[in-house]
Design a binder for this molecule. Structure first.
Ligand code: FAD
Length: 464
């Protein structure tokens, strides 16, 4: 007979609700506890990444729990980056030369609600909202919560605790504050913050700009992006330095300044955002940072997953995808232990999981910072555009032979993030050097260019 445990999951965001569903499907008794009210009953504050890019790794996690098809109904395919220059001219830079590879815009609350609905239907899941975790007793797998509706304090316990309470994790803080073992923690902030603004639907309910793309207005130091929503609107995110620039969050303090800045940098976007200044001042400015820590578990009783273990900046669109992939990797390890009759050997399971996973979440954290620079600066550069054109041609012509770094990370769920980082970076270096040095002349066929890029990539990988 399969061993069953009582699992207390803290944080019912994207990772926690998928994890709860999967752990219940594995037969465990799950209590899923969330600080906020039930988002299916109460509308939550706007201004925090309303929609997200969902791609293959995330879809794999949803598939594992049998919710991929339901989630796909909430998705809008985005086939490439629609790049807007200062004069309003646009061009589509495809994410991949393979036609079946694209990313999806999905509503964060929509996906979270779907996962909560599915988890709630399981007879072995209990959901508790309005319970904010204050501290965790790591040695005893129990946690103290404040109930926001009654102000009471309650303690809940399990055989184990899975901490999925996001980037500001209370579970992680309990590990950090615990004096009996060494806990490493780093938090690096970008000099930029973000703010969300909306493009409402057109008068006839349609979309005011092209629907099937992730729109980007790259401006060197700052950048605007927009992702479509099912209701005809787009959610726009401005990435801007906090200070030390003519236009930054510190200087954009009046309606006039906001309009001056947007008219100068993003004139074609201004036309689409009738509530620009109101939303600029009413929506919060969010920080962007990378959090790394270890160990992720303590006493074989508590484990961190998702952003609680590894928060990353959003420029690869991979934070949620990586968190869903955590569930896949954790499940694979449970499956292995289960086949050996050891599904409740939690200390060993947690260590095996971290040993398998940490290098990959470190890799996607670093790739996400790389992509910050790529998106705001390089997408507009002729050299970068030449490289992307060549890469999409390789992928279209030789779909089995070439995967760009973006494709390795985004569309190739069978390669780990760390392998994608090593191969992708070497390939980028190879292709940029070859173009820059004029070593891929027009007289070469596409196949000859591919061979040259591959050879150069292998040499770089060999030297590393
Ligand atoms: P969260 O989604 O943050 O969920 C944590 C949950 O825990 C929340 O419900 C919270 O209320 C709850 N909680 C917090 N503290 C407590 C407590 N003390 N007690 C109980 N409950 C608690 N990722 C992508 O894959 N694609 C994207 O395009 C993308 N875009 C992004 C854009 C922006 C601007 C940002 C900031 C992030 C983006 N991400 C994206 C990252 C993504 O949002 C996160 O990686 C993902 O939400 C992580 O899921 P999680 O469940 O670990 O954390």
């Amino acid at each position: 007979m399969k061993e069953k445990s009582n699992i207390l999951i803290i944080g019912a965001g994207l990772c926690g609700s998928l994890l709860a569903l999967r752990m219940a499907q594995r037969g465990h008794e799950v209590t899923l506890v969330e600080k906020r009210p039930d988002l299916r009953k109460e509308t939550q504050d706007a201004g925090r990444s309303i929609n997200l890019a969902l791609s293959d790794r995330g879809l794999k996690g949803l598939r594992l729990a049998g919710v991929e098809e339901a989630a796909k109904k909430l998705c809008i395919p985005m086939h490439g980056r629609m790049i807007h220059d200062r004069k309003g001219a646009t061009f589509l830079s495809k994410y991949s030369g393979r036609t079946n590879e694209y990313i999806n815009s999905i509503s964060r609350p929509g996906l979270n609600m779907l996962l909560l609905d599915k988890a709630e239907k399981m007879p072995n899941v209990t959901l508790k909202f309005n319970h904010g975790c204050k501290t965790v007793d790591l040695e005893n797998a129990s946690a103290t919560f404040k109930k926001y509706d009654t102000n009471e304090e309650v303690t809940l316990a399990g055989d184990i605790i899975l901490g999925t309470d996001g980037a500001g994790s209370s579970v992680r803080k309990s590990m950090f504050n615990h004096k009996k073992f060494l806990f490493s923690f780093s938090q690096e902030w970008l000099t930029h913050g973000y703010k969300e603004i909306s493009i409402p639907p057109a008068e006839d309910g349609g979309y005011r700009t092209y629907i099937n793309a992730l729109h980007i207005w790259p401006r060197g130091e700052d950048m605007l992006i927009a992702l479509p929503n099912l209701d005809g609107s787009f959610t726009v995110t401005l990435f801007l330095p906090y200070s030390n620039s003519d236009y930054c969050f510190d200087t954009l303090t009046t309606r006039e300044m906001v309009h001056e800045y947007f008219n100068k940098e993003f004139p074609d976007a201004v036309e689409l955002m009738p509530h620009l200044a109101e939303e600029f001042f009413s929506n919060p400015t969010g920080p962007l940072g990378t959090i790394k820590c270890s160990p992720w578990s303590s006493y074989g009783k508590t484990l961190l997953l998702g952003d609680a273990a590894h928060a990353i900046v959003p420029f690869y669109g991979q934070g949620m995808n990586a968190s869903f992939e955590d569930v896949v990797v954790f499940d694979e390890i449970l499956e292995k232990f289960s086949s050996e009759g050891k599904e409740s050997h939690w200390a060993e399971i947690f260590q095996t999981y971290e040993a398998a996973r940490k290098k990959d979440t470190d890799a996607i954290a670093d790739l996400a910072v790389d992509n910050f620079h790529e998106m705001k600066e390089h997408t507009a550069s002729p050299l970068f555009q030449k490289k992307r054109k060549l890469e999409t041609a390789f992928e279209a012509e030789f779909p089995e032979k070439y995967y760009s770094k973006y494709s390795l990370v985004t569309f190739n769920e069978n390669i780990t993030y760390s392998d994608a980082l090593h191969r992708g970076r070497a390939q980028d270096k190879a292709i940029l050097n070859l173009i820059d040095d004029g070593k891929l002349p027009d007289s070469f066929s596409l196949e000859e260019k591919l061979e040259k890029v591959k050879k150069e990539t292998e040499e770089i990988l060999h030297d590393d």
